[in-house]
Ligand binder design. Sequence first.
Ligand code: SF4
Length: 438
Amino acid sequence: SKTVTDVICPFCGTLCDDLVVVTDDEGKKILSVENACAIGAEKFLHSSDHSHRVTRPRKLQEDGSFKEITYEEAIEYTAQMLVNAKKPSMYGWSSTNCESQSVGHEIAELCGALVDNTAAVCHGTTLVAVQNVGIPSCTLGEVKNRADRIIFWGSNPAHGHPRHMSRYSIFPRGYFTGKGQKQRKIIVVDPRCTDTSSLADVHLQVEQGYDYELLQALRAAVRGQELTGDIIAGVPKEKVYEAAEMLKSGRFGVIFFGMGVTQSLGKDHNIDAAIMLTKDLNDYTKFSIIAMRGHYNVTGSGQVLGWQFGFPYSVDLSRGFARYNPGETGTIEVLKRKEIDAMFVLGSDPGAHFPMQCVKEISKLPSVAIDPHITPTTSICKVHVPVAFVGVEVGGNCYRMDNVPIESRKVVEPPEGMLTDQQFLEGVLKRVRELKAN
Ligand code: SF4
């Protein structure tokens, strides 16, 4: 057998980079995975079991069945679809490497597409807030080594990012945090009792949809202002004061926030307030704020879009230049307005996560889904192109939730003859150029 060390886990935004994967002598089958959480280990072991995988592109037939086609035919269909559409959408990008994202964006520019990533339904509001008020942030390494005050707001890493707490936030012993959890105070803000809140020193059980009020109350309490009313956003006033004092008395603190606050009432205004709370706390101690990004490379998608077009998501290239107006140029909005006439999906599953109205609209359009798995999206798209798993069968660059780029490693060969995202996209780009030249 062979052992591959320092493997990154291509599942969640924690992007753990200490996995040890043991393969057979030929490097074809994964035998065991060490250090990963249950979700991460399953991703490796499941991808290595080829018996259930689709290994060649498939085209939807009129009777609802799928017929196998070649990669060349899939490239031709995709290129023709994108070139002939007036306003195609190219959505997803969060479960692939930055190299593929960059090629995909080149195609989008040539075809005047709307290019968008999964931030549209998770941390897009965060990106808007960062543009509004800036962001005082740090790396997860700094959190591990320095942070003695941790807030989890609207996120439940015990389930969503299982090793976050042991590697970076609650338990690890760092350079200035040698006593680990004993040296840290944890605040969890969540309307529900969760496995994360059970570890908290203070659990602020905010009333559902009142995060903005609680954030502003905490800001006032931190500044020593008097709060009116005994209960604020479902939390007793004394608990708000207690939390404020706990935060101010630390040496280094960090707010981790998730979709419980980015997608609840108030949206980007909640994040504005969370960032302003972080800034306020810097009058008393050192404080940072980090978004709990979900897909392993959704952060990279925002980065690459940022370098290429200046905006991190919902970029509309249909007028020949980049326009960005979330709420108008987002994929969900254009699908609802029936504005797009072709759908390309890579590295995401809108069929499982978009509103039903949008899913129905996708099913009516010429469409291609690039995904190693069979998903609700691949089941409604006209063509499904299976590809190699990034981070397992092909390497490439990915960005962790704190915007640190990490090179992923290839640990096994993909099934014979299977293309990677990047190879497929390069084929489409070449064909799009030929069609445009004619
Ligand atoms: Fe993978 Fe996330 Fe688990 Fe780390 S915490 S092993 S990145 S799924």
